[in-house]
Design a protein around this ligand. Structure first.
Ligand code: NAD
Length: 476
């Protein structure tokens, strides 16, 4: 199997060329990496039909066998991790080390899902009657993934969907389809035909999926704006939906922190993956007592970080993944400049090829500025000075988003009390972005609907079924 060419859809366990093709660009060079198949509506119909045909047998397959297949897919991803990593860097832009984490994280998430079990609740067990509630698969799941963690976030969906007994039509982002197409190819030798279908395509493909009568559930990760469209479109056929959407995570830094220790960690909380993480720190509220020293330490560290082509050794941050997002980030920087906000570092761009934005930190822009209120999803961080912890909590919570948040302090108990006041799906103390396949991950407010990961995430791929058995008639 080659990893740099021959990209095909996976439909009913077979390779299928697209009815058309589109270019996938390397964001570091803007050169074409490869062409990806552009699935037509008829090809989506074929993928959905294959998934529907495969569903009864897969749902009836003992869960232990389904787990074994999921683990085999994890192993195949692991065995091909080096090649997948290079391909992912070429299409996504992230440094090789981060691409490897994305790929291996995907394998680990499949393994994590395979360690879960579907519970059964005994509601009643009397001489007259036995009533149990079990969780049965929904049918065909349409999984729609974004471009920031193409492998990991697709596997967030694939593992639990398959474990629960559903079949899947998986659609990667048109900006990063290649690695996912190759994972589909690996799966052809492992999963029964039709259990996993992988389709790539243009902007029409997602809406075709969300309105497709043959798809029973949509699991979507992407922006809040698109999430609203998904919900609207799914309403016509009352599809089940899980939406993992945008965030504007705040970090709250208390005055007791050891500045030198936390500066580097806080830097990466905001800038890892070039800031393109739903749970990146996007606003940093720093107590006035440590604002100046932390500012200096952050800027000093930022100046040492190497931004460049993810395929070059030593690169720590790659480019913005695509032109649309690049222009959005440049627009936010322009807005900061136009309004006269102070830049501590960065802010300048170069006309050279590649969607590169330097590490950019802003010095205490106003709370109502766009860079504070909007999700930047890029390497631009507003550093914000607060007079008190209460002020920080109030400002952190004054957001439509509610994905994650963190509190940083030398006193974890005190930090925990403050963290408990954050209105977000995940709260971290003295770290960020730690997720596991065993713990639920959900967005509050406009950051999502439903849950991924953990038992609760698994149950989102099921519908409850209560079975009541009358044992003998009871005299009136
Ligand atoms: P996006 O919403 O533009 O696209 C996400 C996916 O949806 C892509 O596959 C895209 O092709 C597809 N899509 C686009 N329009 C569609 C439509 N009308 N119907 C159905 N599908 C459609 O998001 P993006 O730019 O790829 O990703 C960045 C966003 O994702 C950020 O807002 C980020 O915070 C969010 N995100 C959230 C999480 C989370 O778990 N909460 C994780 C990663 C990224």
């Amino acid at each position: 199997m080659t990893f740099d060419q021959d990209f095909t859809l996976t439909i009913d366990g077979r390779p299928v060329s697209g009815d058309a093709a589109f270019d996938v660009l390397n964001p570091a060079t803007e050169a074409v990496v490869a062409q990806a198949p552009d699935a037509s509506r008829a090809q989506l119909d074929a993928a959905v039909a294959a998934a529907r045909k495969a569903f009864p047998a897969w749902a009836a397959t003992p869960i232990a066998e389904r787990k074994a297949k999921i683990l085999a897919l994890a192993a195949a991803i692991g065995q091909n991790a080096e090649a997948l990593k290079r391909l992912l860097t070429a299409e996504q832009g992230k440094p090789h080390a981060d691409a490897l984490m994305d790929v291996m994280g995907g394998a680990a998430w499949l393994q994590g899902a395979a360690a879960l079990d579907l519970p059964e609740t005994v509601n009643e067990d009397t001489p007259e009657r036995r009533s149990i509630t079990r969780h049965v698969p929904i049918g065909v799941v349409g999984a729609i993934a974004p471009w920031n963690f193409p492998v990991l976030l697709a596997m967030f969906k694939l593992g639990p969907a398959l474990l629960a007994g559903n079949t899947v039509v998986l659609k990667p982002s048109p900006f990063t389809p290649l690695t996912t197409l190759k994972i589909g190819e690996l799966a052809r030798d492992i999963l029964p035909p039709g259990v996993l279908n992988v389709v790539s395509g243009g902007d029409d493909l997602g809406p075709w999926m969300t309105s497709h009568p043959g798809i029973d559930k949509i699991s979507f990760t992407g922006s809040t704006q698109t999430g609203r469209k998904v919900m609207e479109s799914a309403a016509s056929s009352l599809k089940r939906i899980t939406l993992e959407l945008g965030g504007n995570d705040a970090a709250i830094v208390l005055p007791d922190v050891d500045v030198e220790t936390v500066a580097e960690q806080l830097f990466w909380a905001a800038f890892r993956n070039t800031g393109q993480i739903c749970i990146a720190t996007k606003r940093m509220y720093v107590h006035k007592d440590v604002y100046e020293p932390l500012k200096a330490a952050l800027v000093a560290y930022a100046a040492t970080v190497k931004v460049g082509d993810g395929a070059e050794q030593g690169t720590q941050l790659g480019p913005i993944q695509n032109k649309r997002q690049y222009e959005r980030v440049l627009d936010l920087i322009r807005d900061c400049r136009d309004k006269g906000y102070a830049f501590l570092i960065g802010g300048e761009t170069s006309p050279a090829p590649g969607y590169f934005v330097p590490v950019t930190i802003l010095d205490n822009p106003p709370e109502d500025s766009r860079i504070v209120q909007e999700e930047q999803f890029g390497p631009v961080l507003p550093l914000l000075k607060v007079e008190s912890v209460d002020e920080a909590v109030e400002r952190a919570n004054a957001s439509d988003y509610g994905l994650g948040g963190s509190v940083w302090s030398a006193d974890p108990d005190k930090a925990l009390d403050i963290g408990a006041r954050l209105q977000t799906g995940t709260v971290w103390i003295n770290e960020t972005q730690y997720l596991t396949p065993m713990a639920s991950f959900a967005g509050h407010g406009q950051s999502g609907l439903g849950v991924e990961n953990g038992l609760e995430g698994l149950l989102e791929y099921t519908v409850p079924q209560t079975i009541v058995v009358k044992k003998r008639s009871v005299p009136a």
